[in-house]
Design a protein around this ligand. Structure first.
Ligand code: NAP
Length: 273
């Protein structure tokens, strides 16, 4: 057990709902492993402006931001990192010299996970989906110098994101005809309880040497099972989740994150659901 005292620095996650969040377990395990006098709690917060005002007035040292507040917190902050501003979403708040800064570590997590398997600069990556995660991953891949093809279900939404990413868009039904060094599923297809569906037919997967699924419930999605059978290098949803959290830990503490401890705490949480 961590010892909580009058000097303990408080961090938290703001969103609605947040009681199911994996972040408290991951960050508290990391703080404890490094012997830091810090604690991380979940704050169900219906209103983004009110939550940021509370972070400010209560002197929280930092926070994670989740659905539905990733966009709405932006005007409430003193500074926003340029990539987070491009993405239009902040998932991390850090207090610096009495100011609140907004950063996005989702793209850092995705890039780190992918770059363990391939050199991103110059590589073509097919992203499935045009939602919040696809957006963060897309802008992140552009930062890394990758070429993107975007494939999604709803044409207007997909075309609008592709235009911002300056990349081609294809309907999801044509994704199987594309060729790329990596495929990233950034849709919620395959997520529990509908875990027996996959966004692409198994026969198409051999065309993608690396396949990353960001869905983490379940970790072994049908897409990843079929990609492994097709000989692809597979990256599960834990990697992005872990590395975005590790980037938060380093921003908040200035220390390297205890990755293995964080990974084990995430796995334990996922197994207990
Ligand atoms: P989101 O903003 O709601 O976007 C969901 C995307 O999935 C949209 O593009 C949507 O299509 C598409 N989609 C949903 N159902 C579909 C279907 N039946 N057929 C085709 N496309 C479908 O959600 P998000 O926040 O990006 O999250 C997406 C997934 O990533 C979730 O499973 C979430 O748990 C997971 N996630 C993982 C991490 C991680 O660190 N591993 C981080 C964040 C999220 P339209 O374009 O038609 O709307």
């Amino acid at each position: 057990m961590m010892k909580i005292s009058g000097t303990t620095e408080v961090y938290g996650i703001i969103g609605q709902p947040v009681r199911h969040s994996l972040s408290p377990a991951m960050h508290n395990a990391a703080f404890a492993a490094r012997g830091l006098d810090k604690v991380y709690v979940a704050f169900p917060a219906p209103d983004a402006a009110g939550a940021v005002a509370a972070i400010r007035s209560l002197g929280l040292a930092g926070a994670s931001v989740t659905i539905p507040h990733k966009q709405a917190v932006i005007p409430e902050l003193d500074r926003v990192d340029p990539v987070a501003a491009q993405i239009g979403a902040v998932n991390t708040i850090i207090r610096r010299d009495h100011e609140l800064h907004g950063i996005n570590t989702d793209w850092l997590g995705a890039n780190r996970a992918l770059s363990e398997a391939l050199e991103l600069k110059g590589a073509t990556v097919l992203i499935l989906g045009a939602g919040g995660s696809a957006r963060a991953i897309g802008f992140g891949l552009r930062q890394a110098g990758a070429e993107i093809i975007l494939a999604s279900r709803t044409p207007e939404k997909g075309r609008a994101l592709a235009q911002q990413l300056a990349c081609p868009w294809v309907p999801l039904a044509q994704a199987a005809e594309q060729r790329a060094a990596a495929l990233v599923n950034a849709t919620s297809v395959g997520m529990s309880p509908e875990s027996e569906v996959s966004p692409l037919p198994a026969a198409a997967l051999a065309a993608f040497p690396v396949v990353m699924d960001i869905v983490y419930a379940p970790l072994q999605t049908r897409l990843l099972r079929e990609a492994a059978a097709a000989g692809c290098h597979c990256i599960d949803g834990l990697a992005m989740l872990l590395y975005q959290g590790a980037a938060q830990f380093t921003l908040w503490t200035g220390q390297e994150a205890p990755l293995e401890i964080m990974r084990q705490s995430l796995l334990r949480e996922l197994q207990n659901r």
